[in-house]
Design a protein around this ligand. Sequence first.
Ligand code: PEP
Ligand code: MG
Length: 756
Amino acid sequence: MEPFPDILWIEEIKKEDIPSVGGKGASLGEMFSIGLPVPRAFTVTAQAFRRFLVLTGIEEALFKKMEDLDVENAGDLEQASREAKEIVLGAKIPADMRSSIRDAYHQMGKNVIVAVRSSATAEDLPDASFAGQQDTYLNIKGDRDLLDAVQKCWASLYGGRAIYYRAKQGFDDRSVNIAVVVQQLVPSEKAGVMFTSHPITGEPLTIIEGSWGLGEAVVSGSVSPDKYVFDKRSGKVVDRLIARKLIQILPDGKRGTKEVEVAADRQEIPVLSDDEISRLAAYGKIAEEHYGVPQDLEWAIVAKEIFILQSRPITTIRDSPKAQAKSGSMGKILLEGQGASPGIGAGKVIIVRDAKDSGSVEKGDILVARMTNPDMVPAMKKVAAIVTDEGGMTCHAAIVSRELGTPAVVGTRKATVTLKNGQLVTVDGEKGVVYDGAVAAPIEKAVAEACVVAPAPVVTATLVKVNVSMPEAAKRAAATGADGVGLLRIEHLILELNKTPGWYIAQKKDEEFIQELYRGIRVVLDAFCNKPVWVRTLDAPTDEFRNMQGGETEPIEHNPMLGWRGIRRDLWSPEQFRMQVEAFRRLWKDGYHNLGVMFPMVSHPDEFIRAKKMMETWGVNVDEVTLGIMVEIPSSAILIEDFVKAGIRFASFGTNDLIQYTLAIDRNNENVATMYKPKHPAVLKLIDNAIQVCRKYGVECSICGQAGSDPEMAVWLVEHGIDSISANIDAVPKIREAVLRTEKRMVLKAASSRHA
Ligand code: PEP
Ligand code: MG
C-alpha cells in the first residue's frame, strides 16, 4: 500500500480529511473547492507527524510524560509539558520528510513568506474548540525557518493548556494528532474577523471586525477594531462603529512581526467601504451555506483583493439560525431601549408594579417594571432578565443588573404596557432589544461569569478597580483581579433588610444596624485582602427609602435627586451617621486597614470638615484613617483645592451625578437620555481641572461613575493623568486593556520624543 503523503495541497483536500490535515487544513481545502479566495497553502499531514514520532523513536518516551499526570497540579503539568516539548524539539526530522516539506515550499515560489499554523486533528470540531491552544508562526521565510516552525507547531501539541484541555475533554494524548498548515502570508493592508451570523443569537446579521495591518491585531485583541453589522435580509450595513485604531501589526522584514502606531490621519477613518463589507459578507454566506452552520472567518485585503484565511464553526450558538427559523423561534422585535447590562435572557414576563408583586416572581422570569426599586432587589436576583420603562445607564435597574450579571434593557418607555404577564420574550441586554418568544438559550450569564474570572494578568500604572454594591458579588468582583474597590455602595446592604435607618433608630435597634453593616462590608474587605476598598457612606434618595418599613416618614420631594441624600443627610441626622461610623470604627479596630471611607454629594469643604470632626468625637483617629470624597457636584470639582487643603486623601468622580448636575439632565429620565453626555466639554473640563489639582498635591484621583466603564473615556482619563479607574465587574477586563494600551502608547511617545 502506498504510504500516506507527508504533504497535501489545499486543492487535494476534502472535508473528510480532518484526521490527516486537521480542522484548519480541511476547512481551507474545502473552502478552496467552493471557490473562496484562499491564499495558496499546503499541509504537512498528521501522518507525517506520526511517522516523525515513530522514525525518531521518541513516541514512548513522549507519551510516558503524560501518563498518570494530575493535570490539576500546575507544577506537574508545567513540568510534563516542558519535558514533552523538549523531546519533540530535540528529535531530527527525517531527511525524506524534510525534503518533501522543502519541495512543497519551493513550489510556492522563491522565498515566499508564509504563515505556519498548527492544525490539531480534534481542533475546531463543534464540541471541542481547541483553537488557539497550539502555536502559529507568522512571517516565516526560508527552508530552515520553515522546518523549525513546523517542528515547533508539533511540539505545541504538548503545551500545558493543550494537555489540560485534552484531559478534561476526555481526549487520549496518544491518539490526538497534529497537522501543520503552511500558507502564503498575505501582506494585508487591512484584516480582521467575520461572524457570518450573530455569534450569540444566531440572527442573520454578519458581524465584521477589522483594523489596519495583519489580522493578528484583531484576533489577539491588541487593537479595538471597527465593527460593521451587515443585515443579510436587507443586504445593507445596519450598524457601524468606527474605533480609534491606535496600533497595527506588520511584518518586521525579518522573522516576525512588529507592532507600530497607526498614522494619526488613519486612526479614526473606516477600514472598510460598504462595497468591501458586502463582498466579505457574500463570501461569509457562501461559507455558511456550504458548511450548514454559521462560521467564524478570518479575512485579509490587499490591493482591494479579498482573501479568506480561516474558517471554523461558531461554537457559542445553541441552534443555527436555520434551525431557529424552522422552529419559529426567531422573534420579532417588541421593544427597544438602552442595553444596560450585557447578556441574553429568555423567559416569561412578570410585571412588577410594586414590592407586593415581586413576591410572585419566580426563578428564570423576566421582571418588567416602570423602574426597579431597592425593595425589588430580592426578586431581581432570581430573574433571567430585567426590562424597565424608565431610566438610563445609571439608574437603579442598570446598576443592580450589572452587578448581578443579569441582562437588562432600560428606558423602553412602554414595556409595562406592551408586554403581558406570562408572555414569552427574550431580552438582549447588549443591544437593548426585547424579542417575542424564546429566541436563544439563556447561556450568556455563564459566559459573562466565565469572562470575569479569567482576567489578563497585567499590571497597569493606573489602578483598575471595581465597583461593588452587594456582598455576594464580592467574589466575582475580586476574581477580575481588580486593584481594589473604588466604590462600595452600602445602600444595598441595608435596603435588603427592608427597614430604613430611621426605623432602627426609632426602634432603638441601632446595634442590629451596625452589625449588619459591619458584616456586609467585612465580606468585601475579606475578598480584597490588602487591596484598598473605599466604602461610601449612605446615599439613597428619599424615594428609594419610601417603600421600606419606616419609609412612611420619608419626606415627599419633587426632586429627590437634588434632595435629602448623601453627606448632607448624614450631617442632619447624626444618629444615622454615627451608626455607620461605628461599623467603620470596629472594622479599623479589627485590623481592616484597607478600608477607606468616601463621602457622597459633598458640595463644600465645610461638610468634609464637619463629618471628620463628628467621626473624631465618636472615637475615630481621623488622621490615621483614609477619608475621601466623591466629586459629583460641580461645586466640589471647582473647589477641589480647598478640599485638598481640608485633608481629603482621595477624590473620586461620581460622573453619574456630575453629568446630571452639570448639564441639568435627570439621569433617570429617558426623555432626555440622549442629552446625557459623559464627554460634554463642560464635564471634561471639570474633571480635568480636578485631576490636575489632585496631581499637584499628590492626592489619589479616581472615578467610580458609569463613565469609568467606557473604554474610550478610560483612554481620555489616563491621558489626563487619573490615578485609578473603578469600573463595573463586567467592564474591568476591557478597561484594563484600554488603560494598558494607552499607557504603552504614552510611554512610546515619550521615548520617541526624547530620541527625536
Ligand atoms: C455617581 O454619581 O457617579 C456614583 C457613582 O454614585 P451613584 O450612582 O450611586 O449616585
Ligand atoms: Mg452619585
